[in-house]
Design a protein around this ligand. Structure first.
Ligand SMILES: NC(=O)CC[C@H](N)C(=O)O
Length: 381
């Protein structure tokens, strides 16, 4: 069956359908990973986007129950040069095409993904319409023009209810903006007592959970679309150690008074070189983001740049000069990609231990807000 991908600039790609028979619109982006397509398409940060894989052979090792980064994909389409319908791997349970069909997501193969990627690199990411229908081109153009930028991605991808992942270690409140499972996996692996909370959890609600530290997850869309989270972070800054990842990094920066902007075509893949400024050491990192923290906005804040991207020199890591809080634009939880940066979770736990050791005089009540203090006094009577 035929599938077509129409770009905002009028370019039409005609190929073969290998996903659901449907039509979806979204921002067309590209990922340069050679493997890891299952983790990529189930990463909630891609919510509403149509992903093009630049590696030409996709689907070869199928889909397995253990490699999902979220329970169902939020993407609006998958674009590959060649899709392999019969996976060959002992872990494979079904094919990539079957997964897309099951979730009502269209897929297109047998198009020139190199040309598409060069276009996106040259002109920047564009909106696109991926369809298996056979309407006239003008109709597709009209429908694409009528679509608008999605703004509520975080509300779509965040957990609706708080849930626990108990452990004997530090109590971490993981604020879920559309978190990859990898973050929870890394925290539980280290024995953390994790409470995963929805994106709109307030500072007071977080205080009630008596965390030792706060983990801000990755997530889709523009960080400025989540003002309530920026306010929550601003309020808790300095009160608890904070570690932000990707969208969490951008929200942390905004809460500290910095600004963010959209990149021309973003960073998506498993081989982005990042330099740690303190050591001059280079890490190969896993990335997926469109937005970045503006360098010119840092000087008026109490933030210090800790990492930069070696390709385009954009900010990749920040730390607060006064409070125990830091963040990275890339993915220390990998999945997919290199595990070189997983030490950052250890660093976070060390920061929590130091903070506890250096603040023994701070009983929990002192840290509570006025409203909670009132409740506590009432409870203690
Ligand atoms: N992976 C992420 O958390 C992405 C952050 C943000 N949505 C961006 O595109 O820049």
């Amino acid at each position: 069956m035929q599938a077509r991908l129409l770009l905002e600039d009028g370019t039409l790609f005609t190929g073969l359908s290998f996903g659901a028979e449907t039509e979806m619109a979204g921002e067309v982006v590209f990922n340069t990973g050679i493997t890891g397509y299952q983790e990529v398409l189930s990463d909630p940060s891609y919510c509403g986007q149509i992903i093009t894989m630049t590696y030409p052979l996709i689907g070869n090792y199928g889909i397995t129950r253990d490699d999902f980064e979220s329970i169902h994909p939020f993407i609006h389409g998958f674009v590959v040069r060649r899709h392999e319908p019969v996976p060959s791997n002992w872990r494979a349970q079904y094919s990539l095409g079957q997964l897309l069909k099951e979730h009502g997501i269209p897929g297109i193969s047998d198009i020139d993904t190199r040309m598409l990627t060069r276009k996106l690199r040259h002109y920047g990411t564009m909106r696109g319409l991926l369809t298996t229908g056979n309407e006239k081109l003008e109709e597709l153009q009209e429908r694409l023009a009528a679509t608008s930028q999605m703004r509520d991605q975080v509300a779509r991808t965040s957990t609706k209810n708080l849930f626990f992942s108990p452990g004997n270690g530090a109590r971490i409140v993981l604020v879920d903006f559309g978190s990859k499972n990898g973050i929870l996996r890394e925290l539980t692996k280290r024995g953390c007592d994790v409470v995963v909370v929805p994106h709109n959890t307030t500072a007071d609600e977080i205080r009630r959970l008596a965390p030792d530290g706060i983990q801000l997850s990755n997530g889709p869309g523009d960080p400025k679309d989540v003002p309530h989270a920026i306010a929550m972070i601003k309020e808790l800054l300095g009160e608890y150690p904070i570690f932000g990842i990707c969208l969490g990094h951008q929200l942390f920066a905004l809460a500290c008074g910095a600004d963010t902007t959209k990149l021309k075509f973003g960073h998506r893949g498993g081989n982005h070189p990042v330099k740690e400024l303190a050591t001059n050491r280079c890490y190969i990192t896993s990335q997926n983001h469109s937005y970045t923290v503006l360098e010119s906005s840092i000087s008026d804040t109490k933030l210090e740049v800790t990492h930069i991207n070696n390709n385009d020199k954009t900010i990749e890591g920040l730390k607060h000069k006064q409070y125990p809080a830091f963040s990275v634009q890339y993915h220390p939880e990998a999945a997919p990609g290199p595990h070189d940066s997983s030490y950052l979770f250890d660093k976070f736990l060390d920061m929590i231990a130091d903070y506890k050791a250096n603040n023994p005089q701070k009983p929990r009540q002192v840290l509570l807000s006025e409203t909670l203090k009132g409740e506590l006094q009432y409870a203690q009577k």
